[in-house]
Write a protein that binds this ligand. Structure first.
Ligand SMILES: [Zn+2]
Length: 147
């Protein structure tokens, strides 16, 4: 697959981070990479959420759209090339799975736009459909701007 799609996404092989961007502390190759390169499906909503965060850091629009539930999936393009945030950290706070096909993940993601740091605090909802987890939507908590 590498080398076929041109642009920034081919940097995958040469710029592969040692540790996964999702801040799990695990090597990228044994954390989110297998989900993003489609060699396996994330086993939980939290794993999917982490892989989607990592896909944001890699600007992997195809993966993000593919893991978005059809009922809420936005139209491409997802990224505005002028002001793309630089994602700099992820903290998963809670992962709740009230039943076999629904889950919620609360997280704080940190990012920078134009040199200013921001925090995104969200609870995302996921459903299990066709043997895999899909992102549905999320509620934002209060917005914190880092000092
Ligand atoms: Zn990861």
């Amino acid at each position: 697959m590498i080398g076929q799609n041109g642009g920034t996404q081919t940097a995958f092989s040469t710029m592969k981070p040692t540790l996964c961007p999702c801040a799990s502390g695990k090597p990228f190759s044994r954390c989110c990479a297998p989900a993003i390169d489609r060699s396996c499906v994330p086993e939980s909503a939290e794993a999917l959420m982490r892989s989607r965060y990592t896909a944001y850091t890699l600007l992997d629009e195809a993966y993000l759209l593919d893991t978005w539930h059809a009922s809420t999936r936005p139209a491409a393009p997802l990224f505005d090339t002028g002001s793309t945030p630089k994602w700099i950290g992820l903290q998963v706070r809670t992962h709740r799975q009230p039943d076999a096909t629904h889950a919620e993940v609360e997280f704080i993601a940190r990012y920078r736009v134009g040199g200013r740091a921001h925090r995104l605090h969200e609870t995302s909802r996921f459903v299990f459909e066709d043997d895999r987890w899909l992102y549905v939507d999320g509620d934002m908590h209060e917005v914190h701007n880092a000092p």
